[in-house]
Design a protein. Structure first.
Length: 396
């Protein structure tokens, strides 16, 4: 066997050891493609080409300027036409800015990558008019100093959702939601938090001519913000998981009066405790248990002193209201939602010494209960809540 010469072997394999020449696209071409793909993703997500306009998001305006630039440069068109699955380069849908548009020169300066050395995907920080507006609109959340006022509202809302009295509905983003009014007293789900619109300020005119307003929005985590109405709309629109909380609806719980063929479905009862517990004794005249039963109230309370639900003490019947053709469970949930802000927070030991927290005792004057029942009967109870400070029902 011929002795192996390593030098000859190296020469034989030299051709195989040569590195492959790098083909493909230049870094500039890659930047142009990357910038175009961002515009394509925007169109996929929003269903329309990016548009100019002071009322539009800053990035939508940037994409609109970018697309116009890519359309105008033959070099870019030559690279991108084979990738243009949406027909964005044909110019079928115009993105040109109107004659009176302000600030697009500044926006265009951000996008010199399509015709210069900078990356087409690079956004240099230049504070345009739109950016300054966006910075003002997106208010930081601050701790809510009077959150105790609103905490019962969130608790009542949660109880409503659990009972079915309210539902959460996806924002219909394909139905022009941005034109939908946001009203005081409404709840939304945004960014995983429940948001309550506590105040809507006086109308103001936005730079694009549309009406706007400053809001006070309270969040379930104890923070608040004073963002603009249109800013909240845009945030809800962009959050894929955002939802609107429906208004509570009791429906026709009562007939105005009993008819011959009406069936008595049960009774609302209002009870007063005879317990010697110091908290109960101190508030006896306004502390009431409010519930609904389908049976006889007297039988229901016969063994009250053995039942922690009744505070392990005898009770007296303060008032009863007969029901007709009513869903008792929904009615009881509705009543408890209304008086949630005045629910008594007390722990009672049952017969075996185990702690129990009764849930149907409320610090509510008798006349307010009467008022609530009357509003349930005439169907006007929707949206009302008991205000302990003023000792009355407040609502729309």
């Amino acid at each position: 066997m011929t002795e192996l010469n390593l030098d000859e072997l190296r020469d034989e394999l030299a051709d195989f050891a040569q590195p492959q020449k790098k083909g493909g696209r230049t870094p500039r071409e890659e930047r142009i493609i990357a910038g175009f793909e961002e515009v394509q993703r925007f169109v996929d997500e929003h269903g329309h080409v990016p548009r100019h306009g002071e009322g539009n998001d800053i990035f939508e305006r940037l994409y609109a300027t970018r697309l116009g630039r890519l359309r105008s440069l033959e070099e870019c068109r030559a690279i991108l036409v084979p990738l243009d699955r949406q027909g964005l380069l044909t110019g079928a849908t115009a993105v040109a800015a109107p004659d009176d548009e302000i600030g697009d020169d500044e926006l265009l300066a951000e996008l010199t990558g399509a015709a210069g050395d900078a990356s087409i995907t690079e956004l240099r920080h230049v504070r345009t008019v739109a950016e300054k507006r966006a910075a003002e609109e997106i208010a930081n959340r601050d701790p809510c100093e009077d959150f105790d006022r609103f905490k019962p509202l969130f608790a009542a809302l949660q109880a409503d959702i659990e009972s079915g009295a309210r539902i959460t509905q996806p924002i219909r983003k394909d139905a022009g939601f941005l034109k939908t009014d946001i009203r005081e007293g409404e709840f939304f789900i945004l960014g995983g938090q429940t948001a309550y619109v506590a105040e809507v300020g006086d109308p103001i005119k936005a730079p694009n001519g549309e009406s706007d307003a400053r809001l006070r929005v309270i969040y379930s985590n104890g923070t608040e913000s004073n963002l603009l109405l249109r800013s909240l709309q845009r945030a809800l629109y962009k959050d894929d998981a955002s939802r609107r909380v429906s208004e509570p609806s009791a429906g026709p719980l009562f007939a105005s009066q009993s008819e011959d063929d009406d069936l008595a479905s049960g009774t609302i009862y209002v009870l007063r405790s005879k317990s010697d517990n110091p908290i109960v004794a101190a508030n006896r005249e306004v502390l009431h248990k409010i519930g609904v039963t389908g049976g006889d109230v007297a039988k229901r309370i016969a063994n009250a002193k053995l039942d922690p639900t009744f505070l392990m003490a005898d009770v007296e019947i303060v008032a009863t209201y007969t029901l007709y053709n009513v869903n008792r469970v929904k009615l009881e949930n509705l009543i408890h939602r209304i008086f949630e802000p005045a629910r008594l927070d007390i722990e009672i030991k049952d017969r075996f010494g185990s702690p129990v927290v009764p849930r149907e005792w409320f610090l509510v004057p008798r006349f307010v209960v009467d008022d609530a029942v009357e509003r349930i009967k005439d169907g006007t109870i929707t949206g009302y809540l008991y205000d302990p400070q003023s000792a009355r029902l407040v609502g729309p």
